[in-house]
Design a protein around this ligand. Structure first.
Ligand SMILES: [Zn+2]
Length: 304
C-alpha cells in the first residue's frame, strides 16, 4: 500500500510567497522522503506558457479547419453549378427529343442511364457534400450520354439519311450539261408545225446538237425506256419522291426499264425522233401526275 504526502516546510508570508523557494517532501511508507525544490512563480510561469501553447495550437487547428471549410464550400458551390448546367443540358436534350418526335421520358428513367445507387443517406438534415453532388452529376452525365447515344443520335442519323434520300430524289439537276438554251417554254403555245392551232406544252424544249448526252436530273427508277410517235425515243424516271421526269425525242437510249439510276447518269442522247421539228430535248416534270414548269426546278431566270 503506497501513501503520498506533501508538506510545506515554512510558514508563508503572502508577499514573498511567489518568489520564495519551497521544498516539497514526498514521503512513501518505508522509504526515504523525496525532496523537491519549488518556486510558485516558476510553476505559474510554466503553467501560463503551457496554457498559451495549447491556445496557440488550438488557434492553428481552428484556422486550418476554417480553411478546409471554405474550400469545401467552394467545392460544393462549383459542384452545384456543374449540376445546374447538366440540368440545363438535360432540358435542351428533352426539347430536342420532343421536337424530333421521340418519347419524352425523364432522363433518370431513360435506357442507358447508369442505375448505380447513390451513397446511402438518411434524415432530412443531412448536409450536401461535394462528393454527393459529384456522384449525382456523374449519374446525370451518364444518363445524358445514354439518351444521346441510344435515342437522339440514331434518330438524327435516320432523319439525315432520309433527308439526303429525299434531296437526291428531287428533280433539280440539269438534263444537259452547260448553259441551257430554251427553244420552247412550258404551257400554252402555237403548234410548232404551223397548223395554226394552240396546244398545251407539258414540258420545256432545250435545243442542242444531236448526240449530246442527256442526264437524269435526280435519283430514281427507270419506269419507261421506249419509243412512241409523240416523244420518239424517250425515258421516264420515277423518283422516290412524288416526281416523275420525262426525256423525249432522244436519238438513242442508254438505259432500260426497271433499273435504278442516279442524278447525273446518262439516260440517252439528244435527237429529233417522234413529233419533233428539229434536234432538241423535251424535258418534262410531273408532280403527283400533274405537269409542272421545269423552269422553276432548273433555276432559270424568267427571261432566259
Ligand atoms: Zn417539247
Amino acid at each position: 500500500m503506497m501513501r503520498k504526502a506533501i508538506s510545506l516546510q515554512r510558514p508563508l508570508a503572502l508577499r514573498q510567497f511567489w518568489l520564495q523557494s519551497y521544498t516539497v517532501l514526498i514521503t512513501t511508507t518505508g522509504q526515504a522522503p523525496l525532496a523537491l525544490n519549488v518556486r510558485p512563480i516558476a510553476l505559474l510561469l510554466g503553467l501560463t506558457l503551457g496554457v498559451g501553447g495549447l491556445g496557440l495550437w488550438i488557434g492553428v487547428l481552428t484556422y486550418r479547419n476554417s480553411q478546409l471549410t471554405q474550400r469545401t464550400q467552394t467545392l460544393t458551390h462549383t459542384a452545384s453549378q456543374v449540376l445546374a448546367d447538366l440540368d440545363k443540358i438535360g432540358a435542351e436534350i428533352e426539347d430536342l427529343k420532343s421536337r424530333a418526335g421521340l418519347s419524352s421520358r425523364g432522363l433518370d428513367q431513360d435506357p442507358g442511364t447508369d442505375q448505380t445507387p447513390l451513397p446511402p443517406q438518411g434524415g432530412v438534415s443531412r448536409p450536401v457534400t461535394p462528393e454527393l453532388i459529384f456522384a449525382l452529376g456523374q449519374r446525370k452525365l451518364s444518363g445524358l450520354d445514354g439518351v444521346i447515344s441510344n435515342s437522339i443520335k440514331p434518330s438524327l442519323d435516320a432523319t439525315l439519311k432520309s433527308e439526303a434520300k429525299r434531296l437526291a430524289a428531287f428533280p433539280n439537276g440539269q438534263p444537259l450539261a452547260g448553259k441551257l438554251e430554251v427553244s420552247s417554254e412550258f404551257g400554252l403555245r402555237p403548234s410548232p408545225f404551223e397548223t395554226g392551232d394552240y396546244e398545251i406544252h407539258e414540258g420545256m424544249d432545250l435545243a442542242g446538237p444531236v448526240g449530246e448526252p442527256v442526264l437524269a436530273t435526280a435519283d430514281g427508277m427507270v419506269a419507261e425506256a421506249s419509243y412512241d410517235s409523240g416523244y420518239g425515243y424517250h425515258v421516264k424516271i420515277k423518283h422516290d419522291s412524288s416526281y416523275t421526269t420525262l426525256y423525249g425525242h432522244l436519238s438513242q437510249l442508254s438505259v432500260t426499264s426497271g433499273r435504278r439510276i442516279n442524278r447525273g447518269e446518262v439516260v440517252g442522247y439528244l435527237g429529233s425522233t417522234g413529233r419533233s421539228s428539229g434536234p432538241h430535248l423535251h424535258y418534262g416534270i410531273y408532280r403527283k401526275g400533274e405537269a409542272v414548269n421545269p423552269r422553276y426546278y432548273l433555276h432559270l431566270n424568267s427571261s432566259s
